[in-house]
Write a protein of this length. Structure first.
Ligand code: ADP
Ligand code: MG
Length: 688
């Protein structure tokens, strides 16, 4: 009987009982447990060219013959070292000898003996014209054994649990791979003929090859096959979810005169990209199927005005529209804007930011056409049933559950989520796969440019002079104080100190102070005073990071910029450059911090969020980005291949086709992943 995935490890004669016990102790009891423990990288140990030994900084692999062994002891304590002299096993003994050394491992004398043939893998050093390799990985070759497990091949390296060594796991995997037949597992992916480049591959072959591949090419193919399978599982889920939403029966919200009047009354012309996005949104809203759309645009691209215009579509159909923002400062700002733009059209606007309704600033959320607020909206009992459109601003700042809760308040409302997080297309397909996407890829004209400089903290005196000039020309400034080890209390202290200093440095100007510890009303007051120009300068913690819009502010100093990620700096900097004036952003970093200077250099080069995020991705890898985005879900095993557009698109196409043919995924190959795909946690679980 051939080996199956559910065979117990102790049924395999090739594995010693000691080895099986070790594995069992860590929970690996079946063949499947070992096979699904994928190597996280491989080492190319094929370069086994019987040539003479040479000094090498990268590990090399040699087939050797042991000519002499012995223990050496130093000092009175007798700390010892086991040494084995070896020559190339091809017998080219004319060449130099190599000494293998195991420090503090005298017991190796019971393992390695004269006359043995070994394969060794490690770095070769030279000392006093003697060559040595310390603690090599090694494998003892039986005379008749040609196949090798640990060396002389492309060797898998596993992430280990305590108690299991690399060798144990690799040996188990090797014997299992040898013993498994060609069809030990069912394919999840559709027929290979539909997958283009993967002709001849199936799941069984890929799983075997991802452990032990004969060539680097087949290893790569196997990894891509398994990545495709993984992405396909994800895409089945998002496509399924997307279709479920479309079929759930929403309402038609057709935009009319109101939206036109609104546009006509705006103090500016919408950009082409804004208009295009609005049309896409309005078309979705006009259809009976519920809209589920992402409005994606870099900081300052003008998403708010598009959202307001969209909200009018719901209003015109006799419904309410709600907009939820992540901070109270931002909610208040949207409220002010809505009043300015929408009240003249005869609409009523409510704001809800406090947990209790007394704290709400104005109006009854139950009757106003437009409702704006923070997550406090979630607890608003008035706000139910009549919601036609839900807009979620800076959606990445909300948890999945919060978004779901607001959406559930409506009776299958249209949903528009907005973000400035610049994500590459392939990641969009994965994270936001169940959403339609509109992109505002054009900034309003007549915007001043932003000049960014990274400067040592010691140059702050010069910066003060420059700030003074700008203020005298009528501009305003943000002075951002740092993120200190995740402690808001320390942040506040730093901001307060900064505030005192700047008040002294700028005696003729009014300097406001804003931080998270102020109560709601104080925050609103400070922000309003800054917006109205009463404060020329705002010293602030990162509470202004998202959304804040004061076009006359054209200077931003960020202290301790080395403590921020690129994405966050980009968001912060997005607070300036919103008006016609040239803006200036200075990133102060600790004086000798060369690493920070090089990391932040991209900020000097560009204001394009996409390029900055690409740089970020390069430094952190998509796994990190997605890992966080999935919040709670197991990270993708092959996340780094998400950069492979072709693969992600292929997964999407295959998923669409599969669901056309088999909407409930009844085929047996989906038995294992069906639960994952139909999991009813919350809508849009894939969103960041
Ligand atoms: P974001 O996309 O970052 O949310 P906002 O919606 O806050 O950007 O818009 C930034 C600023 O640009 C606001 O002051 C807004 O009124 C203004 N704005 C939006 N669209 C245009 C446009 N087409 N022309 C000029 N200014 C615009
Ligand atoms: Mg915004």
């Amino acid at each position: 009987m051939s080996l199956a995935l559910d065979s117990p490890l102790n049924a395999m004669p090739e594995l010693s009982s000691r080895m099986v016990k070790t594995l069992e102790k860590e929970g690996l009891t079946q063949v499947a447990d070992v096979i699904s423990w994928l190597p996280f990288r491989h080492e190319d140990r094929t370069r086994d060219e019987n040539i003479s030994f040479q000094v090498s900084d990268i590990p090399v692999c040699h087939r050797v013959l042991v000519t002499k062994t012995g223990n050496k002891f130093f000092g009175r304590r007798g700390s010892g070292m086991f040494e084995a002299s070896v020559e190339p096993s091809g017998g080219a003994s004319m060449g130099q000898l190599l000494t293998l050394r195991w420090w503090g491992m005298a017991f190796m004398s019971r393992v390695i003996a004269e006359g043995q043939k070994l394969i060794v893998y490690g770095k070769i050093k030279e000392f006093k014209s003697k060559l040595s390799m310390d603690h090599p990985e090694y494998e003892i070759l039986d005379d008749d054994e040609t196949a090798t497990i640990h060396s002389g091949r492309i060797t898998p390296v596993y992430r280990l649990k305590a108690g299991i060594t690399q060798k144990t796991l690799r040996t188990a995997a090797w014997h299992i791979v040898q013993a498994l037949g060609d069809d030990f597992t069912q394919d999840v992916l559709p027929k290979p003929s539909e997958q283009g480049e993967f002709a001849g591959w199936n799941r069984a072959r890929a799983l075997k090859a991802v452990h032990f591949a004969e060539t680097l090419e087949s290893l790569e193919k196997a990894r891509r096959y398994l990545a495709l399978e993984e992405f396909y599982g994800y895409q089945l889920r998002v496509v399924q979810r997307r279709r479920a939403v479309l079929e759930s029966g929403g309402h038609a919200h057709v935009a009319g005169l109101l939206a036109r009047d609104f546009e006509a009354a705006l103090p500016f012309q919408m950009t082409g990209a804004q208009k295009r996005s609005l049309i896409e949104i309005q078309q979705d809203m006009a259809s009976k199927a519920p809209m589920n759309r992402l409005l994606h645009g870099d900081v300052g691209s003008g998403k708010t005005v598009v959202a307001f215009a969209a909200m009018l579509g719901a209003v015109e159909s006799g419904k309410q529209a709600a907009l939820m923002a992540p901070t109270q400062i931002l909610a208040d700002q949207h409220y002010q804007t809505a009043r300015k733009w929408l009240e003249p059209l005869g609409l009523r606007v409510a704001l809800r930011t406090g947990a209790r309704s007394e704290e709400s600033t104005a109006h009854d959320t139950g009757i106003c056409e437009i409702v704006i607020g923070t997550h406090a909206l979630l607890h608003d009992a008035q706000l139910v049933k009549n919601l036609g459109l839900v807009v979620i601003d800076e959606q990445h700042k909300f948890g999945v559950a919060q978004r779901a809760k607001l959406i559930q308040k409506g009776n299958t409302p249209d949903v528009l989520v907005m973000t400035a997080t610049p994500i590459p297309r392939t990641l969009t397909l994965t994270i936001y796969g169940d959403l339609d996407v509109s992109t505002i890829d054009e900034r309003p004209k007549e915007r001043g440019k932003i000049i960014t400089k990274v400067r040592p903290a010691s140059k702050q005196a010069d910066a003060a002079k420059f700030l003074l000039e700008q203020l005298e020309e009528g501009r305003q400034a943000y002075l951002v104080y740092p993120l200190i080890e995740e402690s808001e209390k320390l942040d506040v202290t730093a901001a307060k100190k900064g505030h005192e200093q700047w008040c002294k440095l700028l005696p003729n100007f009014s300097v406001g102070l804003l931080h998270g510890k102020l109560d709601a009303e104080e925050k609103d007051q400070v922000m309003r005073d800054f917006r109205s120009g009463k404060h020329e300068v705002l010293v602030s913690t990162t509470v202004i990071e998202v959304g804040v819009d004061v076009p006359n502010a054209s200077v931003m100093y960020i202290h301790h910029a080395e403590r921020y990620g690129l994405a966050q700096l980009h968001q912060l900097r997005g607070r300036i450059g919103r008006g016609e004036h040239t803006s200036y952003c200075v990133l102060f970093v600790a004086d000798k911090d060369e690493e920070a200077k090089s990391r932040l250099a991209i900020m000097e080069e560009t204001t394009d969020g996409f390029r900055i995020s690409e740089e970020d991705l390069k430094r952190r890898g998509p796994g990190d980005v997605l890992g966080k985005a999935q919040s709670g879900q197991a990270p993708l095993k092959f996340a780094e291949l998400l950069a492979d557009t072709r693969l992600v698109r292929l997964a999407r196409q295959l998923a669409e086709k599969t669901l056309d043919e088999d909407p409930l995924l009844k085929a047996t190959r989906f038995a294992d992943i069906r639960a994952f795909i139909f999991q009813e946690d919350v809508p849009q679980a894939m969103m960041q």
